[in-house]
Design a protein around this ligand. Structure first.
Ligand code: DLL
Length: 433
């Protein structure tokens, strides 16, 4: 079902006219109300009235995570604090969190976009949504919560943790939709197996998973283990939270971006140059309708490409491909760029290997060394040492072929790698410690 036919299927020309009007208004607002934007625009020699066409967007300076940090906590708010009814924050890897705010209307827009998102994923009125995203400063829990309510579904605000109890509740309440991170979905599947509960014992039909990168293979694994459709949802606190883009249940190929509220661009992360549609680069977003925390050309550091071909589902919004990695989770191992997603891809293509792994990087003298610890299935683990050794060798070989750098593979006991309840921590870089 399409939640908002008028906007979601609007011809491009009409959509772009709306985008331009909204862009002009938001640029005017940040220039007038936020000292940081005024200063940066003055330095770049652009005034709000210079934005005459959508293409003029590229004249505006970028906003980065550092800008947010420098204006911690409320310095980039574009409305007085008394109009801010909610604050969220995302924990960074270092230091202070990134803080974002919402007016009453922002919360309303967000609920609307999350209702669209869920509808796009095939969720509808009458569904029972088991929402295991964390509630709190993280945008996942409350974002899904408001969206599911707006859609008219029933929400179970379970939040993360206590997996056995989650499974009992899903079973007893007849939940039909599961929302959580993909790593937690797998965690749930494993605990179900341990508890002797099969997918047929549950009524879950679809899962809406995001907040961390996951591969196509991981999707297949989740779909098989839980007997559901797994849909990818993308978002980030700085732009709104979940509900920036989502796959449609019809195709599961590319995430539709809600372009009447957010303008995407793809840039070359090194030069900042805007790349033509279809090219791979860093995703940049400008919010068009947010009041409390509008952002102009925010550099997400996420890497993807835009798909401009129309989708069979009828939505006219451009899509973005599944996130391929980040410009900053890129690991440099002995000079070679390595993305954790490449490692996951290789691991998931090997039979008997479980989707639980950790990448540990350290230095031996001046040399970077990378170890991939990965769980194997019970059957394999109880096999002879020789079998385990040859499997490890085979994975090392395949990783080397894909990554162009060698690493050590350590097969570990089933269930020995710490399970996540939210975003999985896959990389331990001891070089930085
Ligand atoms: O993770 C918002 C969210 C909540 C999205 C629930 C989806 C579901 P942050 O904590 O600010 O916000 O983290 C944002 O997470 O820049 C990406 O690097 C990563 N990310 C989010 N969704 C995906 C996804 C939420 N589907 C950061 N695939 C983003 C890959 C994702 N990475």
């Amino acid at each position: 079902m399409i939640w908002n036919e008028e906007y979601e299927t609007m011809p491009r020309e009409a959509l772009e006219a709306i985008q331009l009007k909204r862009l002009q208004a938001v640029v005017e607002r940040v220039y007038t109300n936020v000292a940081h934007y005024r200063k940066k625009m003055d330095e770049a020699g652009v005034k709000p009235e210079d934005i005459k066409r959508l293409d003029d967007l590229k004249r505006l300076p970028f906003t980065t995570k550092e800008d947010l940090r420098e204006n911690y906590p409320f310095g980039l708010f574009a409305v007085p604090l008394e109009r801010v009814v909610r604050v969220h924050a995302s924990s960074g890897t270092t230091g202070k969190p990134t803080v974002v705010g919402y007016t009453k209307r922002d919360i309303d827009t967000w609920a609307e976009l999350m209702a669209r998102t869920l509808a796009c994923a095939g969720v509808h009125r009458g569904d029972i949504v088991h929402n295991a995203y964390g509630y709190g400063l993280f945008t996942g829990g409350l974002g899904f919560h408001y969206g599911a309510e707006r859609l008219g579904a029933t929400v179970i605000p379970i939040s993360g943790g206590n997996t056995k109890r989650q499974i009992m509740i899903m079973k007893d309440f007849g939940s039909t939709v599961l929302t959580c991170t993909p790593s937690y979905a797998l965690n749930i599947a494993d605990v179900m197996k341990e508890e002797g509960i099969s997918p047929e014992d549950l009524k879950i039909r679809v899962g809406v998973f995001g907040a961390e990168p996951w591969s196509e293979n991981m999707r297949e694994e989740i779909e098989r283990k839980l007997g559901i459709d797994a849909i990818d949802i993308y978002g980030l606190s700085e732009i709104m939270g979940p509900g920036v883009s989502v796959e449609c249940i019809e195709q599961k190929r590319g995430l539709h971006i809600f372009e009447d509220h957010f303008i995407p661009e793809i840039i070359d992360p090194d030069t900042g140059e805007v790349l033509p549609p279809g090219e791979k680069g860093e995703l940049v977003f400008t919010t068009l309708t947010k009041e409390a925390f509008p952002v102009i050309r925010y550099r997400t550091r996420d890497i993807t490409r835009l798909i401009t071909e129309p989708c069979t589902c009828g939505r006219t919004f451009y899509r973005m491909e599944k996130i391929m990695g980040r410009t900053d989770d890129m690991l440099i191992i002995r000079g070679v760029n390595v993305f954790p997603s490449q490692i996951e891809h290789v691991l998931m293509s090997i039979e008997g290997v479980e989707p639980h792994y950790q990448i540990i990087i350290d230095k031996q003298g001046a040399l970077d060394v990378m170890e991939v610890q990965v769980e194997v299935s019970d059957e394999i683990f109880s096999d002879e040492i020789k079998v385990l050794e040859s499997l490890a060798k085979r994975i090392e070989q395949e990783l080397k072929e894909t990554l162009a750098v060698s690493c050590r593979v350590k097969l570990v006991e089933p269930r020995s790698i710490q399970r996540s309840e939210g975003k999985a921590k896959r990389v331990i870089d001891k070089r930085k410690m």
